[in-house]
Design a protein around this ligand. Sequence first.
Ligand SMILES: *Cc1c(COP(=O)(O)O)cnc(C)c1O
Length: 423
Amino acid sequence: MVNINSSNQAIELENKYGAHNYHPLPVVLAKGEGVYLFDVEGKKYYDFLSAYSAVNQGHCHPRILGAMVEQAGTLTLTSRAFYNNMLGPYEKYITEYFGFDMVLPMNTGAEGVETALKIARKWGYEKKGVPQNKAKIIVAENNFHGRTTTIISFSNDENARKNFGPFTEGFIRIPYNNIEALQEALKTEGVVAFLVEPIQGEAGVYTPDENYIRLAKEACAAQGVLLIADEIQTGIARTGSLLAVCGNCSCEGHCERQETYTKPDMLILGKALSGGFYPVSAVLADKAVMEVIKPGQHGSTFGGNPLGAKVAIAALEVVRDEKLAQNARKLGRIFRERMQQMVDKYPIAKLVRGKGLLNAVVINDSPDSSTAWDICVSLAEHGLLAKPTHGNIIRFAPPLVMTEDQIHECCDIIEKVISNFNK
Ligand SMILES: *Cc1c(COP(=O)(O)O)cnc(C)c1O
């Protein structure tokens, strides 16, 4: 193996031997610890992407690491041809943690979404009596649910779709944060589910009206349609509550507080479910929905493996024991307050939005300009890593183990860089 001695050397290798399916910032990372990342040259950064919210618990969390190392030396994979002694305890733990009867374990987020779509269709035919091949699933404009052929079939991101057709049928796309549009679409024959992100992360942290998800659930329930919440990015404490569908409740676990909580019929989790150690995703639902899946009808070689199960339990324990939802809520308020002051002062920063520690600053320049990219390059030089999305939006999502002093220091860095661009 080649030993990497410089960032340039690593970048050259990736460019030469790897498919160019990403456009990374020119930083080569070699180590992570809590809220920090370190590059090949040893420079230290605050991580404000958290691997798209997969490392909510911070990089290389010692408790998750311990669980992983222990299990890796004991039993990693058996396939589901046999039972294993970690899966049952994990299934009990995660279903109680989030308040659902049953779970279907998968690996990546996209697989979780695919699983939910398949369950919803099957439920529609078998429980709702939808005629064969007529099932329809409503989705929102500017959604991001992953990269499989079916998932990009209902995306409206041309870059994600172009020349990947033909596409999967059976989806209806409506504007996000628009209950009337949902009510209208729900009248279509054969509708079985509405798949939605409680906050659209990839689209640029679009935060809907406070009561959007509650009203969506009511509208779906009135028509006997399933509400599927994709909380792969928003879930597991990121937005200042255990789930974004918890609304304004930031207690330590699942509590079903009447006034704030909206229970989806299916909940999709991924990313931080393993604290960034291992791909672990899950679809949670009650028995009346989950029971439509019978042996041989869906699965995955790695889904529900003992290593993933053990890691996921540890990752969820950390979220609860370290009160990460409460911390995300508290630091998120500070962050948006500081960013709002910055927005008021420097016209180059147009607005700040978000919830908990999932926030974005919109840069006052065209999405085609390189301004947000240049700001991110400068942020990196100043020791803070963030990535632009959709041209002029910068997402700020640090690990949730950050302290108050650290978030202030980070706001100082962001403000300094923004002030340099305000010419
Ligand atoms: C990241 C993400 C996915 C896809 O997860 P992968 O693990 O990359 O397949 C799906 N939905 C949302 C909301 C996401 O943020």
